[in-house]
Design a protein around this ligand. Structure first.
Ligand code: SF4
Length: 140
C-alpha cells in the first residue's frame, strides 16, 4: 500500500511548533490539534506554499485560497529559503520540524519572518518560556 504524503505549507512549520490550542475558530483549533498529533508520528510531508491540510478548516480559506495570501506567501518563501528547501520537497515531518527549529526558531528568525502576524504575541511568549530564541535585548 502506498504511503500517504501530507501537504504542509512551509510557514505552518512555525505555527505547529508553537501551537497551544488557540486559533481562528474552535473548528480550526480542534482540527489543528488532530493534525499536530498525526504529524508527531512522522509521516512524509510535501512542503508547499499553497493551502494545505491545516488551511482546510480555516475560516480564512475562501474559494480554495487564503484571504491573507500575499502575506502568508512571503512567510512561506522565507521559511523555504532559510530551511534550504524548495516548494515540493518531500521529507519526514520531523526532519522538516528540525530544520524549522534549528534554522529559524533557535536563531530568533521567527520574528523577522512573521512578526506582523496577529498571533505573534503568543509565539513571542512561547519563545521566552521555551528559551527557543536568544533574547537579544540581554546582550546589549
Ligand atoms: S490564515 Fe491562510 S495560511 Fe493560515 S491557516 Fe488560514 S487559510 Fe491557511
Amino acid at each position: 500500500m502506498e504511503e500517504r504524503v501530507y501537504r504542509i505549507r512551509a510557514h505552518h512549520g512555525m505555527c505547529l511548533a508553537f501551537f497551544e490550542g488557540k486559533g481562528y475558530s474552535s473548528e480550526f483549533t480542534e482540527h489543528m490539534a488532530q493534525v499536530q498529533k498525526l504529524l508527531e508520528k512522522n509521516p512524509a510531508v510535501c512542503i508547499t506554499a499553497e493551502v494545505d491540510m491545516i488551511c482546510s478548516h480555516c475560516p480564512n480559506r475562501q474559494g480554495g485560497i487564503c484571504t491573507a495570501a500575499g502575506k502568508v506567501l512571503e512567510y512561506d518563501r522565507q521559511v523555504l529559503l532559510r530551511c534550504g528547501i524548495h516548494e515540493g520537497t518531500i521529507m519526514p515531518f520531523l526532519a522538516f520540524d528540525g530544520l524549522v527549529r534549528d534554522r529559524i526558531l533557535l536563531t530568533g528568525g521567527r520574528e523577522e519572518i512573521c512578526g506582523d502576524c496577529q498571533w505573534t504575541e503568543l509565539c513571542r511568549r512561547k519563545d521566552r518560556e521555551q528559551g527557543t530564541c536568544e533574547d537579544k535585548s540581554r546582550e546589549e
